[in-house]
Design a protein around this ligand. Structure first.
Ligand code: SAM
Length: 241
């Protein structure tokens, strides 16, 4: 576990969590204060709204739990899928505050771990390049990492640049299917022959699998760990043969 007093990898989708908790609390309060609504001579029982509120609140708390605790287990699960030798060139797409870029950096001796992002503030609290660099410094891997401002859909790297490509909770933020396909093509392009990609997301993962299959990569879809991730995060392992 990182030094939690100082290292801070942020809360994913903070606005979504806030809205779930507010909507949940309001719905629960309404179900207690107005369990029955009268419209003329008709009485409608809305006490069942309690369960809707409980579901919304629980979802918000589980998402928060992932950000505060589960994401470290999930990072380790992703990184443990790689047979590290220490000299790898690694790319973390949508690195945010550097969770996977830094985790990979710790596995390296002569290799380099590069993180790219476009720093969407709504996707992660405190999401900026300075905070990612600060985390890398606090984790003692500043000399092993490099951070670039780049979009997953149009990367500047040469073909066949990386032994390992990692990405967690990034690609679903590309809202258009064609654009996600473009990002998959870019990942395939910059991955070295015999390189491995670990793609993790909570939606569209079967779509990514189809895209990489069509690009001729070997793909294996792993199930989510329901105890450490919420929403459940599936992992797609891709290999360029
Ligand atoms: C939910 S955060 C996850 C951050 C990090 N991967 C983690 O697991 O802690 C998603 C990240 O993807 C980034 N992102 C979204 N769309 C992107 C794109 N098209 N190219 C690069 N990064 C992107 C966001 O800015 C954000 O930092």
């Amino acid at each position: 576990m990182p030094n939690k007093r100082r290292v801070n990898y942020g809360v994913d989708a903070p606005g979504v969590i806030r809205n779930l908790l507010i909507a949940g609390a309001v719905t629960i309060i309404i179900s207690f204060v107005f369990p029955v609504v009268k419209m003329g001579s008709v009485s409608i029982d809305i006490s069942w709204l309690f369960w809707t509120g409980a579901y919304l609140s629980l979802s918000g708390f589980l998402m928060l739990g992932y950000s505060l605790f589960g994401k470290f287990k999930h990072r380790d699960r992703m990184l443990n899928l790689i047979n590290w030798s220490g000299d790898e060139q690694v790319l973390d797409i949508g690195t945010g505050k550097g969770l996977l870029m830094i985790g990979a950096g710790k596995k390296l001796t002569t290799g380099k771990s590069i993180g790219i992002d476009i720093w969407n503030e709504e996707d992660l609290s405190g999401n900026n390049i300075e905070n990612a660099l600060k985390n890398a410094e606090l984790e003692g891997v500043k000399d092993k990492i490099e951070i670039k401002n780049e979009n997953a859909m149009a990367m500047s790297f040469a073909d066949n640049s990386f032994d390992v490509i990692l990405t967690n909770l990034c690609l679903h933020n590309i809202y258009n299917k064609e654009d996600r396909n473009t990002a998959c093509k870019e990942i395939s392009r910059v991955l070295k022959k015999t390189g491995v990609g670990i793609i993790s997301d909570f939606r569209h993962v079967k779509e990514y699998k189809r895209d990489f299959d069509q690009l001729g990569l070997q793909t294996t879809l792993l199930s989510a760990n329901y105890f450490s991730t919420f929403p459940p995060l599936r992992i797609l392992v891709i290999k360029k043969l």
